[in-house]
Design a protein around this ligand. Structure first.
Ligand code: CDP
Length: 796
């Protein structure tokens, strides 16, 4: 009889183990950057530009220097003397650290004051006198390419206009031919608005340069500490081994904490100059107007269709508004990220995407907010287009999707843009969703309600998305290949520590990485501690974003555990005095094949690694694994929403929301559900209430929590989650696919589709998000599409 340990009891794969990190968070014992105080620490505040585009005629900081308690005032001019006025971005552009010649967006960093406390520093910022000469302002791509548009990046040689790139992918000629043969051509134009990840904790850093040791330690809010270490080494020309980046607990990242911000650079320089620790903690308005905007893409699409519903081809054009600096983090091959992952769930013979990126007078955009490099925009457009096409054909929404899905037997499937999707059971997921929402009955109710003047609607969103960059052949950031690593040390008593180069920001890595070790070795999860975020101790990794942790770092954890198991097998053979070939493994234990009762536990092997190893064997039980995934993982999701729209006010309420997610093997089902709930909440907020935009002067409108509403439990609808469908990832060591962002990526289209469905018969094809009541009411009463593109009128 097997003597294996019970996997669920030890908190292995499939156990809904409570999150170990919560024990400190719910007691208020988290350790965030702002909780850290170092002896002799000074405080830094940033002076930001009130104007979106202006020439700087002069900066007079003399009054600030005179304020008691001020130690340093940094301006662009001073930064320039150290070659630090500009820094490279993650997309091969440059970004002003502190403005020298012009300001290019409202909120841009102009000067910094370092003082005894943050209040003195703030007052001193206000004492700095900046003389601006206003310039014409550009707030959308159309204005950016208009005749006579001012060149925003006149600092760059060879930049004669505001176009950053003009890129294409797919088969243009083949797509044209398919369109020529189409029965029906369906078209849609929309704008995915600017949005802000808005983590509760803003960005911040504490730089601590020690002249005696020449070591620079920086505590900072970063999702990618090793990349920051490399960036500091290259930009500040400091030796990499003398830089230690520590990312303590992070109060939400969502992509906002991937880029390098001027505040980080200034606090580092200030600490080097003053030889004291310097803390910078961004305030909420600074965070909302200047860091890490996402989306802001205009999408134009056409779908070529056969009368029976078969999709023949897709043509897409995107204009992306990147703001004043092209600072997105994305694989260098793909100028508009993974936008071309659109339509991967459907069997479409040919497609073509053209994409332009533009500079405008806005804060840098393009952050992958809970997203893998623009997949959110791609999937939103895909599912809005699917709805429009089914309506144009007069086909049932579910039947149209089912007919065009990639079939289970056709995996791996090559998409028209060249991706290889791995596995899935799309039709089965759709069936589960339709049954759960009561699709057939709802359509009847909808008809009956309409006869009585009530507007009910149902929206479907089905999508697969690419999670887990790399492989290193195709995916890199600034030439650094995308892979990850894990280090596992098993101590002599069988307890262990695992370290990865990922950095959780609330996802629960401390819980789930231990579960992977439990699954591979049979060491109880509670005996495994997980550590991330310190570049002096963690092995190299590309960080946590793009739902890449489970697909890449999680896989590395499994692989290093397997290396440990291989060594433990040799130890077991030695202890049991048989040859390795005669040894079998069951969870937590090796035994002799011919005598299953004779065995040793993994803990006994660990003790032997330090006390009784065979002659010639290197002592100890620890190892490192670098994992370069062969492919991305492709989870699938079905989101279905039903709504009622009030025709008198444009207010809409969610009646029901069903989510069916297939993310392969679930390491921790409870954490997975939490990820889906969080993502759906963000999707709902995006579609319903998060309003942040710009007026014609480039003023950021809605940059506060009265307008940019973060949903609480009060306004968030309930969600019904389904986990029945599990298609293991064929190339991931434990069959897992990413899940962190699926619901935030696929969810928004379900909400918008539901409202548009409720308006069927009015001729309205699109209302841009957020679907605020006034926009919906305008669509109902004026019977036209409603654009949300900036500039907004100043009376809005
Ligand atoms: O990269 P990020 O951590 O944001 O996303 P993820 O890898 O998709 O994982 C989010 C959380 O869900 C992690 O704690 C994972 O271990 C967990 N997860 C899981 O339990 N099972 C999966 N198949 C995928 C993720």
């Amino acid at each position: 009889m097997s003597q294996a340990v019970d996997e669920i009891k030890i908190g292995g794969l499939g156990a809904s183990r409570k999150r170990v990190e919560d024990s400190r968070f719910i007691r208020g014992k988290g350790n965030y950057t702002d909780d850290i105080t170092l002896p002799g620490m000074l405080h830094m505040e940033i002076l930001r530009s009130p104007l979106a585009h202006a020439r700087i005629k002069s900066i007079d900081a003399s009054k600030a220097w005179d304020i008691p308690g001020v130690h340093l005032v940094l301006t662009g001019e001073m930064m320039a003397t150290r070659n630090l006025a500009w820094m490279p971005t993650l997309s091969y552009d440059t970004q002003a650290v502190l403005a020298t010649d012009k300001v290019r967006f409202q909120g841009q960093e102009v000067a910094c004051v370092i003082a005894d406390d943050p209040y003195i520093a703030k007052d001193a910022c206000e004492a700095i006198d900046v003389d601006y000469e206003p310039l014409p302002v550009i707030v959308n791509p159309e204005q950016a390419v208009a005749d006579g548009a001012p060149v925003i990046r006149d600092d760059k040689e060879n930049q004669a206009d505001n176009v950053i790139y003009d890129w294409e992918v797919g088969d243009g000629a083949g797509t044209d031919a398919a369109f020529a043969a189409a029965d029906v051509i369906s078209k849609l134009r929309l704008h995915y608005p600017r949005s802000h990840p808005s983590p509760i904790e803003c960005c911040g850093s504490i730089a601590d340069f020690n002249r005696a040791t020449e070591k620079l330690t920086v505590y900072m809010t970063t999702q990618a500490p090793h990349i920051i270490r490399a960036a500091v080494a290259l930009v500040a020309e400091l030796p990499e081994h003398m830089i230690r980046i520590i990312s303590p607990d992070i109060g939400g990242g969502f992509g906002n904490k991937v880029p390098v911000y001027p505040g980080y650079v200034c606090s580092i320089l200030a600490s080097i100059l003053l030889e004291r620790p310097v803390k910078w903690i961004e305030d909420k308005s600074g965070n909302l107007i200047s860091t890490g905007f996402a989306r802001d893409v205009y999408l134009d699409g056409e779908m070529a269709l056969r009368q029976d519903g078969k999709i023949l081809a897709v043509r897409m054009h995107t204009d992306a508004d990147h703001g004043a600096f092209f600072s997105d983090a994305q694989p260098s091959k793909f100028k508009i990220g993974l936008m071309h992952s659109a339509f991967a769930a459907y069997d479409i013979p040919v497609a073509h995407l053209t994409a332009r990126g533009m500079y405008t007078n806005k804060a840098p955009g393009g952050v992958a907010y809970r997203c893998s490099f623009r997949v959110t925009e791609a999937m939103f457009f895909q599912e809005r287009m699917m709805q429009a096409a089914a309506d144009d054909l007069g086909m049932d929404q579910a039947a149209f999707r089912r007919m065009n899905f990639v079939r289970d037997e056709d995996f791996p499937h090559r998409t028209p843009f060249g991706f290889l999707t791995d596995s899935g059971q799309y039709a089965k997921c759709l069936d589960v969703g339709l049954k759960a929402v009561g699709y057939v009955d709802f359509r009847k109710q909808q008809e009956e309600a309409r006869a009585r003047g009530r507007l009910l609607g149902l929206g479907i969103s089905t999508m697969t998305e690419p999670l887990g960059a790399g492989n290193s052949r195709e995916y890199d950031i600034l030439g650094i290949k995308m892979f990850d690593s894990a280090e596992l040390k098993v101590h002599m008593t069988g307890k262990a520590i695992v370290r990865t180069g990922a950095r959780g920001q609330g996802q629960g890595h401390e819980t789930t990485w231990a579960q992977i070790v439990a699954h591979e070795l049979g060491i109880p999860a509670e005996d495994v501690v997980v550590e991330e975020g310190d570049t002096d101790t963690a092995p190299f990794g590309m960080g946590t974003y793009a739902s890449r942790s489970t697909p890449v770092a999680g896989a590395a954890v499994a692989m290093v555990a397997r290396k440990i198991r291989a060594k433990a097998r040799r130890l077991a053979a030695h202890l049991l005095e048989v040859s390795e070939e005669d040894i079998e493994w069951e969870l937590g234990r090796f035994y002799v094949r011919s005598a299953p009762d004779r065995g040793v536990t993994i803990q006994e092997c660990a003790m032997a690694a330090y006390s009784n190893m065979p002659d010639g064997m290197e002592p100890g039980l620890e190892n490192t694994a670098y994992y370069d995934p062969p492919n991305l993982t492709w989870p699938f999701a079905v989101y279905i929403v039903t709504v009622e729209v009030d025709p008198e006010t444009g207010v809409w309420d969610v009646l029901n929301m069903v989510a069916v997610d297939d993310c392969g093997v679930r390491i921790n089902p409870m954490i997975v559900e939490g990820q889906i709930m969080g993502g759906l909440t963000e999707a709902y907020a995006m579609s319903n209430m998060q309003f942040i935009t710009f007026d014609a002067d480039g003023n950021c409108v809605g940059a506060n929590y009265m307008d940019y509403l973060l949903p609480t439990a009060w306004e968030t609808p309930g969600f019904e989650l389904h986990s029945e469908v599990v298609t293991p990832c064929p190339h991931h060591p434990i069959g897992a696919k990413g899940i962190g962002e699926c619901a935030a990526v696929g969810g928004p289209a379900a909400f918008v589709n539901a409202v548009i469905d409720a308006l069927s018969g009015t001729g309205v094809r699109n209302i841009d998000m957020p679907l605020l009541p006034d926009r919906v009411w305008e669509a109902i009463t004026q019977r036209h599409d409603v654009s949300g593109a900036p500039p907004v009128r100043s009376d809005d």
